[in-house]
Design a binder for this molecule. Structure first.
Ligand code: TXA
Ligand code: MG
Length: 344
């Protein structure tokens, strides 16, 4: 990963046009104008940072795919300011989805719904469905509302990382991903830390395509009908990059170990410590020389620091990152999913 030594401090007044912008009213207005003009601006959400463009301008959306290096048939999700904006992109909202939205929006939930014909075709990667999300981050809300007043009904926004890489959870990560070429509005560290839960509402039953902050049980209660966990998916899901086996991968090889096995391995000192970084709930054994981070034992705390920890350990130049498996159970599904993919 590129060091930061040769990067101009993005917050200095004479920084280049593409920079880290503060979330002041001026920064927000500037970002909204840029979206209106068909340009890219990365933005904070409560989950991860997004790489935003006006969802209804196909040329702007094409810039998103190009910057990410993502195949243009992998659909983007559209961010809206409120549930009232759904009809602009969506043909129909089933009652269970309306109930879900009442409880979970704004928040880390994306819904796949039938797309309104002729709208956001490129953003949807040509699918006749569209993913819509209403983020709760106050800066995201301010940006979406400012954009709306300029006529931008929704902002297409994949995670602001290059294709297949770890999602960014702070403005500086976005700066590093795109070598400072895409401006990013700074909203601080993301609270949730892993991407939104995706629920597909186009299959008859509601199905989780990507686990996240919310459990299936919580979502089912809100929807008033069962929301099926991801492994209930029998047929192949539509293309979703976040569902590819190898995704969210750092450069170093990530290896997952059962917690006790990991501790046994590092205590035996089988591998030269400087080559290996560890993320474990247990403290490092005496004499351990490599990077070592403590893995939080609460699933939300763990999710919050997951990607930043992988980035940081990756940047330390190790060959392998050894990670303790997280506990079983629904509350850990999002973290377990991202770790599995990082290790694939
Ligand atoms: O938390 C998030 O969802 C973040 C922030 C920025 O909002 N965004 C995000 O976007 O993770 P992205 O593009 O990295 O992941 C969205 C996932 C992709 O795997 C995409 O393929 C899937 O949603 N997706 C989008 N539209 C879809 C559709 N119509 N049908 C099936 N999957 C869809
Ligand atoms: Mg992504």
């Amino acid at each position: 990963m590129a060091g930061l030594g040769n990067v101009v401090n993005p917050l200095t007044p004479d920084a280049p046009a593409a920079a880290v912008w503060p979330s002041t009213p001026e920064g927000v207005a500037q970002a909204a104008q840029r979206w209106r003009a068909g340009e890219l601006v990365a933005f904070p959400t409560e989950t991860v940072y997004g790489l935003g463009a006006d969802a209804t301008q196909d040329a702007a959306v094409a810039k998103v795919f190009a910057a990410k290096g993502r195949p243009s048939d992998h659909p983007l999700i559209v961010h809206v300011a409120s549930a009232q904006d759904l009809p602009a992109f969506v043909r129909e909202v089933p009652p269970a989805v309306a109930r879900l939205v009442t409880h979970a929006w704004p928040g880390p939930l994306t819904l796949i719904l039938p797309r309104r014909p002729g709208v956001a075709q490129a953003a949807a990667g040509g699918q006749d469905s569209v993913g819509v999300r209403c983020p709760s981050h106050p800066v995201a809300q301010a940006l979406l509302r400012a954009a709306q007043t300029l006529g931008v009904a929704g902002v297409a926004g994949p995670s602001a990382n290059r294709f297949g890489r770890v999602s960014p959870t702070r403005a500086q990560h976005v700066w590093q991903e795109f070598n400072g070429e895409v401006p990013v509005v700074d909203g601080g560290d993301c609270e949730v830390g892993i991407e939104s839960t995706i629920v597909d509402a186009t299959r008859g039953a509601l199905v989780i395509l990507r686990p996240g902050h919310y459990t299936a049980a919580q979502l089912s209660e809100w929807a008033g009908e069962p929301v099926l966990a991801q492994d209930a998916l029998s047929q192949a899901a539509p293309k979703a990059s976040g569902t590819l086996a190898s995704h969210y991968a750092p450069q170093a090889r990530v290896r997952l170990w059962p917690r006790e096995r990991l501790m046994a391995l590092v205590t035996e000192g089988a591998t030269p410590p400087p080559e290996v970084a560890v993320w474990s709930p247990d403290p490092s054994p005496a004499g351990w020389l490599g990077p070592w981070r403590i893995q939080p034992q609460d699933p939300h705390d763990c999710a919050r620091v997951l990607f930043a920890t992988l980035r940081e350990l990756d940047a330390s130049g190790v060959r392998e990152i050894w990670v303790s498996e997280v506990p079983e159970g629904e509350a850990w599904a999002g973290v377990a999913d991202r770790l599995r993919r990082a290790a694939a």
